[in-house]
Design a binder for this molecule. Sequence first.
Ligand SMILES: Nc1ncnc2c1ncn2[C@@H]1O[C@H](COP(=O)(O)OP(=O)(O)O)[C@@H](O)[C@H]1O
Ligand SMILES: [Mg+2]
Length: 329
Amino acid sequence: MSEQPVLEVRDLHTHFFLRRGVVKAVDGVSFSLRRGEVLGLVGESGCGKSLTALSLMRLLPRGGARTVKGEVLLDGENILERTPAEMREIRGRRISMVLQDPQTSLNPVFSIGDQLREAIQRRKRAPHAEIIKEAVAALRRVEIAAPEQRLDQYPHQMSGGMKQRVVGAIAISGEPGVLIADEPTTALDVTIQLQYLKLLKRLQAETGMAILFITHDFGVVGRMCDRVAVMYAGRIVECGPVRQIFEAPQHPYTRALIASVPKMTGPPPGMGGRLATIEGQPPSLMDLPVGCRFAGRCPLVEQRCLDAYPGTVRIGPEHTADCWKVVPA
Ligand SMILES: Nc1ncnc2c1ncn2[C@@H]1O[C@H](COP(=O)(O)OP(=O)(O)O)[C@@H](O)[C@H]1O
Ligand SMILES: [Mg+2]
């Protein structure tokens, strides 16, 4: 049980420093990821999921974003202290990422083969023939038929689903211990989405890599994840095993999210089970309240919720929630 997690994030803060103020996009995020585990990170659009992922990769967008506090322990080593050159060695080999839109990950002017070769050559020197063989194997692994022929194609000659497979092949070619998948199926058609999720699941089982699976779709969580962390306004407000979260969600925000997943009458999980709107708006990340961030939308709100942040309450061995109203274990 005490095995060191492959990834541990402690009190991470990534803020945007803008002329008009500080946007606290990631504001005290902590979680851990075990070897071979799939952890879902779920929450409404704008809550800080992508910024969390980009902070872990040390690939923050330009324009004032900075990680100002926290630790990101990869195999126990705080990678926030690594130099940019050291980070280039770490990315792809130990931690890798698949973005939402394959368009932004692939270079339109290079062939698929060139881009795969480049990824492989970044981490090893080998004769050309061997690199090609590895590129073909990487495409085969993501279930791309006739991979030899695909090598000469350009991104625009492929469908969205195919491109996202190529992105996946590149991301896992270095056999990273951690893969971050940031809404990897959002840009894909519904049927292609399901195939991609199955593929990810299979790759995870085969390689034993851990996945941080980011989604705004709670329906997909049940299909993909072992545990889930629910994010709201820059923080994780509940975290626990998927079964427990679905059966006994503790945070009122998690309850609202789960209630909004279409049940029997709706499409099956992962097939468009989008979050229904929860009444009200999350607080501005530029002007966060001192109390619970969900208080303004919470049906159970009390004075103490407005006065102070509840802190993280342990409900079970692996289940926590940031709420004044939950009963500690
Ligand atoms: N380039 C940017 N400049 C300023 N603020 C940004 C920028 N990108 C994101 N943000 C802020 O960070 C918040 C979190 O963004 P993001 O992590 O992309 O959310 P999510 O992935 O959960 O939809 C947004 O609500 C927005 O306020
Ligand atoms: Mg995002």
